[in-house]
Design a protein around this ligand. Structure first.
Ligand code: ATP
Ligand code: MG
Length: 283
């Protein structure tokens, strides 16, 4: 099997986001669901991390806690080595300068009544560029669009519904390119686009990481995708991490029965992602 690409080891690098005992329980009594069950994680600066698990394993619940959209029931999250404090609206907004997200459905993140150029302009303003000249703002928006292979001139005056799903997802990446957060959380960002757009979007995320050094947390149910794209993987089953480590180590030499099962379910979608030769026999 061909190696998808070179991977760096980030374990000795500076920490970006970590968690200890992070837990989320929904409901009470018989209706109780432990969606995230005492997980520990260390995400490093510039690391491309995938969290992989089946539907209902707790990926989105964990993402929401990482984003500060949902309080944890137990445990603690650390941002750049310090306990994260998002106790007030102001602190939360400060935290959100450091972490941004893109979701499965890009249309859900956009105000349908806002034209696309105003969406990009907002990003420049949010990054302190309000007083820049009109020419400079257009230059920045043009650069962000060309990073994702879109033509800014063709987007001005358009509304989100006038773009395809793949174009919208690329626009989301252009937004992130302008906002330059320390961390990007991408929850199944390619599950609604065709295979061709998917490969393009994945490569753009890798370029984004290489160009800006941001940490990317990529959420997926597809272990083949995770193998292709990430440095590090965390395999999630029923709210727990059953296995984690370098993507090539974990996926080419899986230990947990659950990881083996995820690998055996991977369709042969791409030569480089072909995991059919991985030894899945019980140890
Ligand atoms: N607001 C909520 N109230 C009650 N239970 C919830 C809530 N949100 C999620 N859950 C439950 O928590 C568990 C984990 O859900 P979650 O959405 O995090 O899974 P997921 O891994 O993102 O799944 P998918 O791949 O389908 O997106 C599920 O059993 C779900 O039903
Ligand atoms: Mg989900």
């Amino acid at each position: 099997m061909s190696e998808a690409r070179e991977r760096r080891d980030y374990t000795d690098g500076p920490l970006c986001l970590s968690g200890r005992n992070v837990t989320k329980v929904f409901g009470l009594g018989e209706k109780k669901t432990v969606a995230v069950d005492h997980v520990d994680f260390d995400f490093h600066e510039g690391e491309f991390v995938s969290i992989v698990g089946e539907s209902g394993s707790g990926k989105t619940t964990l993402s929401k806690m990482l984003l500060g959209l949902l309080n944890s029931s137990e445990g603690e999250i650390f941002f750049e080595g310090k306990p994260r404090d998002i106790s007030t609206g102001r602190r939360k907004r400060e935290y959100w300068k450091g972490i941004q997200a893109i979701f499965q459905d890009p249309f859900s993140s956009f105000n349908v009544f806002h034209k696309i150029d105003s969406v990009l302009l907002d990003c420049i303003n949010m990054r302190g560029g309000r007083s820049l000249s009109r020419e400079k703002k257009i230059e920045l928006m043009t650069e962000a669009c060309s990073f994702v292979n879109l033509k800014f001139a063709e987007l001005t005056n358009k509304y989100p519904f006038e773009l395809s799903g793949g174009q919208m997802q690329r626009l989301m990446i252009a937004r992130i390119f302008l906002l330059k957060p320390r961390i990007l959380l991408a929850d199944e960002p390619t599950s609604m686009v065709d295979a061709c757009s998917r490969a393009t979007i994945l490569d753009m995320l890798l370029d984004l990481r290489d160009e800006t050094g941001m940490t990317i947390i990529f959420i997926t149910h597809d272990i083949g995708l995770a193998y292709y794209i990430s440095d590090t993987v965390y395999i999630m089953e029923h709210g727990r991490f059953v296995e984690s480590g370098r993507a090539d180590t974990v996926i080419l030499n899986p230990k947990a029965a659950y990881t083996k099962r995820l690998i055996s379910d991977v369709p042969k979608i791409h030569e480089e992602w072909d995991l059919s030769t991985v030894d899945l026999k019980a140890e």
